[in-house]
Design a protein around this ligand. Structure first.
Ligand code: NAP
Length: 256
């Protein structure tokens, strides 16, 4: 969102529709549309800020002690709010983690962010981060996780679960690229639901997992929210397990 001006009214409308239907979390980043997505969201949540858990992310190259604070203040201005509910390091860059965590903590003390965390951190990065000062405050790891990318089940998910840290699953329908796969379509047609709903329901069934599909089309927004009424049964889950098995051993974390 926020990449093309002519799409802005539809994008604002899609976010507002989501809020009307009960969406409570919006994920964005300073990177998306180079600030454009945050501006769209700022317009969409105007007057409704308290309904939303707002997440944004800092670019790794901005994630220095001072750069993080400045980037957060720019995000707050674009989002037209005085606080973020959660602020993430978008992926690991060259800035020492200790510096970013210190900046996050100072933003938290100032009330500009309520929680902080990381994104695209593989298990070794999480272990290193957790050993830093304030590392025990990392509230989430936002990672690529869907039926086609299950490597996180080997180590990232167990590590997070053992510490009570929820994971945020991004690109939950593989940016639309999985919707034609036979393994998904067969479960969908048996259940009378859509392939996207099967993929989202499978993720929602995972413990401690927050699922963040993106939709700017109103039909998609409604369809995705409809997943909350879907419970996959044992047969569905067995079929999906067969069609989309996890890797047989540790693989490096995938990224989009
Ligand atoms: N931390 C990271 O590095 C990272 C990386 C990637 C994404 N993310 C976050 O995760 C969010 C979601 O990931 P994503 O956008 O990459 O992928 P996604 O949610 O898997 O897929 C979004 C795409 O699928 C379409 N779509 C949505 N619902 C659909 C449905 N029911 N049927 C058919 N098509 C549907 C959307 O179209 P329309 O827009 O036309 O509705 C859009 O083209 C992003 O918005 C972002 O906040 C984070």
């Amino acid at each position: 969102m926020g990449e093309r001006k002519e799409k802005r009214p539809a994008e604002v409308a899609a976010i507002r529709l989501g809020l009307d239907l009960g969406v409570t979390l919006i994920d964005t980043a300073e990177m998306y549309g180079e600030g454009g997505a945050e501006e769209v969201i700022g317009e969409a949540v105007a007057g409704r800020r308290s309904e939303v858990f707002l997440v944004s992310k800092v670019y790794p190259h901005n994630a220095t002690r001072r750069g993080t604070v400045a980037a957060c203040e720019r995000s707050l201005r674009r989002l037209k709010t005085d606080r973020l509910d959660l602020y993430l390091l978008h992926w690991r860059g060259r800035v020492p983690l200790a510096e970013t965590l210190e900046a996050f903590e100072s933003l938290r003390s100032a009330g500009k962010i309520l929680e902080y965390g990381v994104s695209n951190f593989d298990a070794p990065d999480l272990i290193e981060a957790s050993g830093q000062r304030y590392g025990d405050r990392i509230a989430t790891d936002q990672v690529l996780y869907n039926l086609m990318h299950r490597g996180v089940e080997w180590d990232v998910l167990p590590w997070c679960r053992a510490r009570g840290v929820p994971v945020m699953a991004y690109s939950p329908i593989e940016q639309g690229a999985m919707l034609d796969l036979a393994g998904l379509k067969s479960v969908a047609s048996r259940r009378g639901i859509t392939p996207a709903q099967v993929a989202l329901a499978w993720l929602l069934h995972q413990r401690d997992t927050i699922v963040i599909p993106k939709a700017s089309d109103a039909v998609h927004v409604r369809e995705n929210l409809g997943t909350l009424d879907v419970t996959l049964d044992e047969q569905d889950r067995a079929d999906l397990e067969h069609a989309f098995p996890p890797p047989e051993g540790k693989v490096s974390l995938d990224m989009k």
